[in-house]
Design a protein around this ligand. Structure first.
Ligand SMILES: Cc1ncc(COP(=O)(O)O)c(C=O)c1O
Length: 367
């Protein structure tokens, strides 16, 4: 069996260090925020090239706090992509703001900057590009449009730890950038976790308060906040893992290159790294007309795959109130119907990449 993801394999490579870090926290008696979380914030901000990082309990909370700190309020419109995990839209909805979808570029799977301007109205407040699968959205035109219309840009970098655009790290280009540390992410906690990076001193301070009940000092609540604090044990674990992130990312890139060389000009369409960007391959999604059949065939041969994502957000029952229907965002809908994520993680053997590619070639046909 070749699993889609093997978190235990990664654990085994750094088991002693992780267990020592976790044990230290267990013995410290300090289980929420604390020293390791603070150090993680400093180290992750340095990694992203930003002046602040604010650790929280999930990537969704990171998005929620970023939107709040940027001044997005009830009734405001926030432009984003329908081809994302539902959390992107959910964070917008938490505020009572309205997600306004813009279709994707079918090559990168990310929001198509050429279609953003026509979605802008007097109520538009922000743009939330999602760096899907580990490749950054086309940020230059997005930032230009935002500047022209006075909008804020918040990066959903939940899948893109360490990705770059023009040499700059994901999270550092917008007013803030949000990351998830869900276990399967490129940098994953042993539980839930998230972080926001920003260069904006005021917003950083506000987000720090908002994650901890809106208090500026103990039991003095200047604003209505949340319990979005990171556990101490996750901070300690993530610090150990952050030290491996570049090695793991290069291992992902090697495996993506191998898949590409074996599958290019073959029966499925392979994903591409756009010029000037560093793709960190959170997901390696090929496209094929008969995706479900290929998925079944691979499973019958012992290869697990994933679907990211089979239903775009605008067609989810939870967002029916927005009034969208089939055909509204054709590129997102086509992607949802024909993407198939192949196994890709740093510990996946190169031999297994070859086996998967061989099976794909045997079975699939061109889109
Ligand atoms: C694009 C995207 N946005 C937001 C999230 C939400 O992150 P979390 O699951 O940590 O809340 C995720 C991951 O699950 C994601 O992939």
């Amino acid at each position: 069996m070749i699993p889609f993801l093997d978190i235990k394999a990664q654990y085994a490579t750094i088991q002693a260090e992780l267990e020592a870090a976790a044990l230290k926290v267990l013995r410290s008696g300090r289980y929420v925020l604390g020293e390791d979380v603070k150090a993680l914030e400093e180290e992750f901000a340095a990694y992203c090239g930003t002046s602040h990082a604010i650790a929280v309990n999930t990537g969704t909370s990171a998005l929620h706090l970023s939107l709040l700190a940027a001044g997005v309020g009830p009734g405001d419109e926030v432009i984003t992509t329908p081809f994302t995990f539902v959390a992107t839209a959910a964070a917008i909805s938490y505020i009572g703001a309205i997600p306004v979808f813009v279709d994707i570029d079918p090559v990168t799977f990310n929001i198509d900057p050429n279609q953003i301007e026509r979605a802008i109205t007097p109520r538009t407040k922000a743009i939330v590009p999602v760096h899907l699968y580990g490749q950054m959205a086309d940020m230059d035109p997005i930032l230009q449009i935002a500047a022209k219309h006075g909008l804020v840009v918040i990066e959903d970098a939940c899948q893109a730890h360490g990705a770059t655009y023009g040499g700059q790290r994901a999270g550092s280009l917008g007013v803030s950038g949000c990351f998830s540390f869900y276990p399967g992410k490129n940098l994953g906690a042993c539980g839930e976790g998230g972080i926001i990076v920003t260069n904006d001193d005021k917003q950083a301070q506000q987000m720090r308060m908002l994650r901890d009940w809106g208090q500026d000092r103990r039991y003095h609540h200047v604003t209505q906040g949340f319990n979005y604090r990171m556990d101490a044990i996750q901070g300690a674990i993530l610090r150990v893992k952050l030290r491996q992130l570049e090695t793991w990312t290069e291992a992902r890139r090697t495996r993506a290159r191998l898949y590409t060389s074996l599958l290019v000009n073959g029966p499925v369409e392979v994903p591409r790294e756009a010029a000037g960007r560093r793709h960190v391959w959170h997901v390696f999604a090929v496209r094929t007309r008969d995706r479900d059949q290929l998925q079944k065939f691979l499973l019958s041969e012992g290869v697990e795959t994933g679907l990211h994502y089979p239903i775009p957000v605008h067609l989810q029952p939870a967002y029916a109130h927005l009034g969208h229907g089939q055909g509204d965002f054709p590129a997102a809908e086509a992607a949802a119907n024909n993407v198939l994520s192949l196994p890709l993680y740093p510990e996946l053997s190169l031999r297994d990449v070859e086996i998967v590619a061989e099976l794909v070639k045997q079975n699939a046909y061109v889109d």
